[in-house]
Design a protein around this ligand. Structure first.
Ligand SMILES: [Fe+2]
Length: 214
């Protein structure tokens, strides 16, 4: 495990409270993901921020995300002071039996919040992220490395062909309710393989810290 990625156990009571918030409120859908508005106001969010030992004032971005498609590789930190942003991914519920993973790569964005759509035909509009089609390049990412991902890793975890991930190296972390995954927001990350026509629900919290994380 990279020392910039850590796993935190969270009691079930927090997860239940967050799910109650999601299912008792209305939201909106963007790029096939269902979200909620103004969630800074919810008690369940304040409680989990408190549990994490973070300041609510430092919470700069967050949302529930209920999604059917695995997220493409992307980053969530703004270009400015990109190393100060800390991510917490909080799995809440999955509607399928198979294991699913969050893949966190060792590389970082040099071009701000970006989603890399590989050689897919998708033309998705995201709320914040710019879109890059095609391969990763040394211009766009820090730490570019050739041939670091094995076919075995790709077959087990990655939803798209291995050559779409050329330039990256990384690890898979099991996405399961009860375990929070913490990592710098500017590190490239994506959802691992996910069964079709199913979905999962999580919460992401993004904090801006006083000093650089890495
Ligand atoms: Fe993300």
């Amino acid at each position: 495990m990279s020392n910039l990625v850590s796993l935190i156990d969270i009691p079930q009571s927090y997860i239940s409270e967050l799910k109650d918030t999601f299912y008792s409120t209305e939201g909106y859908v963007t790029a096939t993901t269902e979200k909620r508005s103004d969630i800074f106001e919810f008690e369940s969010i304040k409680n989990v921020v408190n549990f994490l030992g973070m300041e609510i004032e430092a919470l700069v971005g967050d949302n529930f995300y209920k999604h059917v498609w695995p997220y493409f590789p992307h980053t969530d930190a703004p270009l400015e002071q990109s190393r100060k942003y800390q991510h917490f991914v909080i799995p809440l519920e999955k509607h399928f039996e198979d294991d699913v993973y969050l893949i966190i790569f060792d590389q970082q964005s040099k071009i701000g919040p970006t989603s890399w759509l590989g050689h897919s035909n998708f033309d998705i509009q995201f709320e914040y992220n710019q879109i890059v089609h095609g391969n990763f390049t040394k211009h766009d990412i820090e730490g570019y490395i050739e041939d670091a991902i094995t076919l075995e890793f790709a077959n087990k975890y990655l939803p798209y062909p291995l050559d779409w991930y050329q330039g990256l190296s990384g690890k898979a972390y099991k996405w399961e309710p009860g375990t929070i995954i913490k990592f710098p927001s500017n590190f490239i990350h994506c959802t691992g393989k996910m069964p079709e026509k199913s979905s999962k629900l999580g919460l992401t919290l993004k904090f801006k810290l006083e000093s650089n994380i890495y």
